[in-house]
Design a protein. Structure first.
Length: 276
């Protein structure tokens, strides 16, 4: 584990973790305390938009991400995210600010920062903190309630993994970080074919039948290979898999199982209930 001064992170929760996914956030915060790192929420953060804007002339829609990135830079901290969609957007905007001169120039001209932002901040997903900063061996040592006997399928979806060169999260074709996480909390990971395929979350309202087919492919595949549950980091995926997937296969946020293994699940649940 790194020194304590390295274990304090700027934290971008995002809109969904303040509304429909409060538990994803609460379980992560409670677990972070046990694991010895602090999530320092960015002040006055704004919605990232939830979808990365592909248009090269789309500057205004990138500015909320740049503000968050710049605040982390000014604090000298890495920026941690939890929601897969937020992580995807912020990581790609950061890459734009680092490598696309036109976007960098126009964004900085608009924001008029004291010092221009040029992609200096490191963006980490909470799972990367567990893997690369805390370490899964350390996590395993902290577990007080190992989830022995549970067969768990990891659902990555598409946003954490692609585009692979920019996200640099894991091997997009054969990822392993969530399986390693599952082992660290004492459970058995189930490898199945559709774990890194899109569930159709973004089209679940407009193209309901297609979203149902995509979700059922994921959940049926996982169940067919022996999974008793799925875990994910994506609120939209969780919603879609629960609504449109195989209803007999439960889906949870990975942070819920983390909090359970670390013995802080009930504490986090009380915090969520108190904030309702």
């Amino acid at each position: 584990m790194k020194g304590q001064q390295d274990m304090k992170y700027s934290y971008y929760p995002g809109c969904t973790l303040r509304t429909k996914a409060k538990d994803l956030d609460a379980y992560a915060r409670a677990s972070a305390k046990v694991l010895g790192f602090e999530l320092e929420e960015i002040e006055n953060w704004q919605c990232c938009g939830g979808v990365y804007p592909l248009g090269t002339d789309e500057i205004a829609t990138k500015l909320s991400s740049v503000r968050a990135l710049n605040e982390a830079k000014e604090k000298g901290q890495d920026l941690v995210t939890l929601c897969s969609a937020c992580h995807h957007v912020i990581k790609r905007v950061n890459d734009d600010m680092k490598n696309v001169e036109d976007i960098r120039t126009r964004a900085n001209n608009y924001m008029q920062l004291e010092e221009p932002y040029a992609g200096e901040t490191t963006v980490l997903h909470f799972l990367e903190v567990l893997r690369d900063r805390v370490g899964f061996d350390t996590l395993k040592e902290k577990v007080v309630n190992p989830l022995k006997g549970k067969k768990i399928g990891a659902y990555y979806g598409c946003l954490l993994l692609r585009p692979g060169k920019i996200m640099a999260f894991d091997n997009p074709e054969n990822p392993s970080v969530i399986e390693d996480f599952i082992r660290a909390i004492g459970a058995e990971p189930v490898i199945y074919p559709y774990r890194n395929e899109c569930c159709g979350g973004y089209i679940s309202l407009k193209e309901k039948e297609m979203a149902e087919n995509m979700s059922k492919k994921v959940t049926d595949s996982a169940k067919g290979f022996g999974a008793e549950m799925l875990i994910t980091a994506c609120p939209l995926c969780l919603y879609n898999l629960k609504k449109n997937g195989n209803q007999t296969l439960p889906v949870y946020y990975f942070t819920e199982l983390l909090a359970e293994a670390l013995g802080v699940k009930e504490e986090a649940k009380r915090e969520v209930a108190g904030n309702e």
